[in-house]
Design a binder for this molecule. Structure first.
Ligand code: ADP
Length: 268
């Protein structure tokens, strides 16, 4: 709490009163601290790919461009780094649009069972094409769940979590996706049998730029923003997202969205 005082003086010079204004600065200071940390994070995140690109470009300009073996390799690294920066900037722009409430949800009634199948079918395809050692299991409620959501954004969240499930399961394994309804929520869960997350970090993975293993995440092309965006999207839908994990065993991500089941009678 911060206090500002102002003395009220009479023309005679005597003080006749005291005005005291109290501000809640703890919240303000916290926001300011978070803003500074955020700017510092962004700068660091961009510096890494930029300095790496700079050294490749420097080598090329120092003569490596003439070497038919080396030149294409250095150029391709620079392209990979550029792509990563573009991805990161796009993620940041998305986040700041959501922060500023400038990206309103495009709500539609969708069949959630179908939407989930659509996402998982795509991953099945990728796994088959890349000959990977993964399998995806689906455990859905037998009821058809109709829900008013922004389908593009929900697909983005599911893609994120599915991508992570595969990315952080280096030895493959089974990814299980469940869909169930409770009295007034639908819950989607995605479990993997991957490396898991240390207990102390589980809460922080939804923070912007937080990564358990920065080097590993970067090597995989990660920006550390996927889950922060996912959290924002789910909160915009009035829902919650959380994770449970055991290191070395695997992780489960849960998404809960508000839901009101249509009773048979409602249809007349
Ligand atoms: P990234 O681009 O680094 O994957 P995310 O925001 O998607 O960023 O995830 C943040 C961090 O959370 C990751 O760097 C990783 O350490 C951890 N993480 C996310 N999903 C999983 C998972 N399924 N298994 C283990 N760790 C995970």
């Amino acid at each position: 709490l911060k206090a500002d005082y102002a003395m009220i003086r009479r023309e005679s010079g005597f003080i006749s009163g005291l005005v005291c204004v109290l501000h809640d600065v703890t919240e303000q200071e916290k926001n300011e601290r978070e803003r500074r940390a955020f700017v510092s994070n962004v700068s660091h995140e961009l510096r890494t790919p930029l300095t790496s690109m700079r050294s490749y470009l420097e080598a090329l300009s120092d003569g490596a461009w003439e070497d038919p073996e080396i030149a294409p390799r250095f150029i391709s690294v620079s392209l990979v780094e550029t792509d990563r920066m573009i991805r990161m900037i796009n993620d940041l722009l998305n986040l700041s649009r959501m922060d500023a409430q400038k990206s309103p949800l495009q709500l539609e009634f969708v069949n959630l069972n179908e939407l989930l199948n659509f996402v998982l079918d795509r991953f099945d395809m990728v796994i088959a094409n890349e000959n990977k050692n993964y399998s995806i299991r689906r455990e859905f409620t037998l009821r058809t769940i109709w829900l008013e959501v922004d389908p593009d954004k929900i697909i983005q969240v599911l893609d994120n979590i599915m991508n992570n499930a595969l990315k952080y399961s280096p030895d493959g394994g089974e990814v299980t996706c469940t869909l169930l309804e409770t009295h007034n929520n639908v819950i989607i869960s995605i479990s993997d049998q991957g490396m898991g997350i240390p207990q102390k970090d589980v809460k922080r993975i939804f923070d912007r730029f937080f990564r358990v293993d920065k080097a590993r995440s970067r090597a995989m092309g990660g920006s550390g923003l996927g889950l922060a965006i996912s959290k924002e999207v789910i909160q915009d839908h009035g829902g919650t997202i959380w994770a449970e994990s055991k290191e070395g065993k695997g992780s489960t991500f849960y998404i809960s969205l508000p839901y009101e089941a249509f009773e048979e009678e409602d249809w007349g």
